[in-house]
Design a protein around this ligand. Structure first.
Ligand code: ADP
Ligand code: ADP
Ligand code: ZN
Length: 222
């Protein structure tokens, strides 16, 4: 099962991808996570990406396509993968189609999480994650069961993304509407696009996704 979770920043892609990864074993390929790891490591790619990300702009298609091309061939993708944050431009979508064809793989579903801009800003500005295991939380919508302690690993250290501030969020939403939303008609034409209500509670969104992946999801879990 190969999926794209599609939607603006803060829509809930990472939250849902983590759940699907844990339950079904599909690899989570988050380009945002990959870039942040490169920035933290101070690699040449990280140095290049750092400023672009701080400005809320998109890293070049060449870099992103290279990252995903290598990742899709890793053994943990054989059961399936979930793309989170890729593709973000038509050029990336076209490159992805070519890569999948070369690998004899295909996209089963592109699932769009629909959320309006004011809810997105609220979600992004309250987002934080566990420093140790990267589990995601929210000040209001997804607090750890015990305040200050990660549900998943028990760590007490959390971090917030530098680009999760109101001014960068506005730029990221602009980039989404201008460069990424045009992919919706692209995938609609390929007959793989399904849009769901991303405004609903986390568990309800999960249920909608599980309905879409249905039997194949259960198969992969065996
Ligand atoms: P969000 O989770 O808020 O949607 P991401 O973590 O996916 O944001 O991305 C953070 C930043 O990393 C983006 O603002 C952009 O600068 C860069 N980035 C991530 N994925 C891509 C991509 N596919 N193409 C270009 N830039 C990307
Ligand atoms: P994305 O990966 O699309 O940028 P995230 O999964 O990181 O989005 O979610 C953004 C923030 O909103 C996180 O703090 C997360 O806990 C919270 N969140 C995710 N889904 C929902 C939801 N359905 N309702 C309320 N808050 C949510
Ligand atoms: Zn943790």
């Amino acid at each position: 099962m190969n999926l794209i979770l599609f939607g603006p920043p803060g829509a809930g892609k990472g939250t849902q991808a983590d759940f699907l990864n844990k339950k079904y074993g599909f690899a989570k390929l988050s380009t945002g996570d990959m870039l942040r790891a490169a920035v933290a490591a101070g690699s040449p790619l990280g140095l290049q990406a750092k400023e672009i990300m701080a400005k809320g702009q998109l890293v070049s298609d060449d870099i992103m396509i290279g990252l995903i091309r290598a990742r899709i061939q890793e053994p943990d993708c054989t059961k399936g993968f979930i793309l989170d944050g890729f593709p973000r431009t038509v050029a990336q979508a076209e490159a992805l189609d070519q890569m999948l064809m070369a690998e004899k793989k295909r996209l089963d579903h592109v699932i769009e999480l629909q959320v309006n801009d004011s809810e997105l800003t609220q979600r992004i500005c309250g987002r934080f994650s566990c420093k140790k295991c990267t589990a995601g939380y929210h000040d209001t919508f997804k607090r750890p069961l015990k305040d200050g302690v990660c549900d998943e690993c028990g760590s007490t250290e959390f971090s917030r993304r530098e680009d999760d501030n109101a001014s960068t969020v506005a730029k990221r939403l602009d980039a989404y509407h201008a460069q990424t939303a045009p992919l919706l008609p692209y995938y609609d034409k390929e007959n793989v696009l399904i849009s769901i209500d991303g405004m609903a509670d986390i568990e309800i969104v999960t249920r909608q996704i599980e309905e879409i992946i249905g039997g194949a999801g259960k198969l992969a879990a065996n």
